[in-house]
Design a binder for this molecule. Structure first.
Ligand code: GLU
Length: 550
């Protein structure tokens, strides 16, 4: 077969041949060891934690090595395309500190290795497809859906690998005349790889994350270019990664199964392949077993979830880094204040066996991270969140901005700081009592204190309360009230002789706390009352007293 003639027949309109693309996209001049990475999301309108996890690897690899990180939109499946996806991807990732150096941006495309949307790179794929036909590595296939189905059934019966391979790849034998005839008839066709893998030995490749990975050579005549002229993922990413001069392909482990195809496509072109880095799935513990996070079952897989709950991007980044490199936590202990960017992230320190994503751990991490974020920043993040998700309370929150700033600070500069703050929604719920809108006493009286007793305590307290008392004076008054009313001042005394006391001093304080905050527990009450001001605090106490007297 004259493959040159066949190539010309199939792709007559290719005006820039493959060799010329090599010159159009020259090798990059970057420092030694600089990594060029890309994120290749499909614009399906959904962006999840796994995307962020991979993007983080791309980002660290590129930016730690003075390399380049590209955003390439993989939109060859026109049916799945969702309007607005690109913006969603760019904005969501940038919220987590991931900024691309090259590719699709909100202001248009940036960089000289584009276009960066696969749907606009048809001429390059066709030049590449044409070159493979010429070299005898690809051929047109006219098989219809039903024929392929038929074939599969036969293969199932005979228990052979389904698909076009070996003796089943009958169209490899089509003559130029036969092909011409079919084209004349206007038959639809796809371009298939002419695999040479049959009979080859298994071999190993070095995965950037997993180390040695065993590969069974591909034998399938995989579709490279579809009937609509657009490439499949298998073909497009190989061509793009080559011409964008990518050094590391970071992608999920779901691509390990088709890796043999990708390696053979590289081989067909005679290109060295970039370093493959297959990240492992994010897992979750359920009933004692680990399972993959699922789009259907786990809201926490969607990045929207973190936005709605108001997680701080710094906390998410910190936690992802812990998941990515097992030695990160130790480094963090030694460098509590150092920016995460200074950590020497390494792909070969990533686990190849699944990363357990645990919300409780995320919360613990977040508590620590927030200790290093100023109250001003926490507040402004909180207000922004509230504007969107708690608009009615947001109005009052803005009015009380100064007070909230002090409220958030309570106990944060202690030797052993309080770790009350985790994420915006939780912080909002944590400080909501402070707002007048919707305030009510939610918790019950302490077990050992009846209504009558509680009312008495409040009366005593209101009589002696002085806004200008410092914390010690304030507490001394609580103790005086407690003692006079027969409450133990020390827990030990109460435990030894419970029948001698009505309760303990902490029961007395709790009654006051309930009146001011509506809650049985809160950060330092004196501080809260101080921030709230005499008028509001005593008004609340009087109202509580009224309800107890009713
Ligand atoms: N478009 C592919 C995906 O969304 C990209 C995989 C890759 O990074 O190569 O899964």
């Amino acid at each position: 077969m004259d493959t040159k003639q066949l190539a010309e027949l199939l792709y007559p309109s290719v005006s820039v041949p493959l060799d010329e693309w090599e010159e159009i996209f020259p090798q990059r001049s970057l420092p030694d060891g600089a990594a060029v990475t890309r994120l290749g999301p499909s614009p399906t309108g959904f962006i999840h934690l796994g995307n962020l996890y991979s993007a983080f690897v791309d980002e660290r690899l590129a930016h730690l090595s003075e390399g380049v990180m590209i955003l390439r939109i993989e939109d060859t499946d026109q049916k799945r395309k969702v309007e607005g996806s690109e913006e969603l991807i760019i904005r969501s990732l940038s919220h987590y500190g991931i900024h691309f150096d090259e590719g699709v941006t909100l202001e248009g495309e940036k960089g000289s290795y584009g276009p960066y949307r696969q749907s606009e790179r048809k001429n390059i794929y066709h030049a590449a497809g044409k070159a493979l036909v010429e070299r005898g590595w690809a051929y047109p296939s006219f098989m219809e859906e039903e024929e392929i189905e038929e074939l599969r059934k036969k293969q199932e019966e005979r228990k052979v690998l389904p698909g076009i391979h070996g003796e089943w790849a009958t169209e490899r034998a089509l003559t130029l005349e036969e092909i011409k005839e079919k084209l004349r008839e206007g038959k639809e066709w796809v371009l298939r790889l002419k695999s040479r893998g049959e009979g080859k030995e298994t071999f190993f490749i070095e995965d950037g994350i997993r180390g040695k990975v065993r590969v069974h050579p591909n034998i399938l005549d995989t579709v490279l270019i579809k009937a609509d002229g657009l490439p499949t993922y298998h073909f497009a990413h190989v061509v793009d990664d080559h011409f964008m001069r990518i050094t590391h392909i970071v992608r999920g482990e779901e691509w390990l199964s088709t890796l043999p195809i990708h390696l053979e496509v590289h081989e067909a072109f005679g290109w060295d392949s970039p370093v493959f880095c297959h990240t492992s799935h994010l897992l979750k513990m359920e009933d004692g077993n680990k399972r993959k996070l699922s789009k259907r079952k786990d809201p926490e897989l969607s990045l929207d979830f973190y936005h709605q709950e108001g997680y701080f991007p710094e906390a998410i980044r910190e936690y992802l880094m812990i998941l990515l490199n097992s030695d990160y936590e130790e480094w963090r202990r030694d460098h509590p204040q150092t920016p995460l960017e200074d950590f020497a992230f390494r792909i070969d320190h990533m686990s190849g066996s699944g990363a357990l994503f645990d919300m409780e751990k995320l919360h613990d991490v977040s508590k620590d991270v927030l200790l290093n974020i100023s109250e001003e920043e926490i507040l402004s993040f909180l207000l922004e969140w509230a504007d969107e998700y708690a608009p009615l309370d947001a109005v009052e929150m803005h009015e009380r901005e100064k007070e909230l700033l002090h409220l958030l600070a309570i106990g944060r500069d202690a030797k052993k700081p309080r770790k009350d703050l985790i994420y915006a929604k939780q912080i909002y719920e944590f400080i909501r009592y402070y707002l007048e809108r919707g305030f009510e006493v939610q918790d019950p009286l302490p077990e050992r204190v009846g209504k009558e007793e509680a009312a008495g305590i409040l009366e005593d307290f209101l009589q002696t309360y002085n806004y200008h008392d410092d914390n010690q004076e304030w507490f001394a008054k609580i103790r005086t009230i407690a003692e006079a009313r027969g409450f133990a001042l020390r827990m030990g005394d109460f435990k030894r002789n419970p029948e001698q006391y009505k309760g303990t001093v902490s029961d007395v304080a709790t009654v006051v706390r309930l009146g001011v905050t509506g809650l049985q527990s809160s950060p330092d009450l004196w501080s809260i009352m101080h921030i709230m001001g005499e008028e509001r605090a005593t008004k609340r106490l009087r109202q509580f007293l009224d309800t107890l007297r009713k």
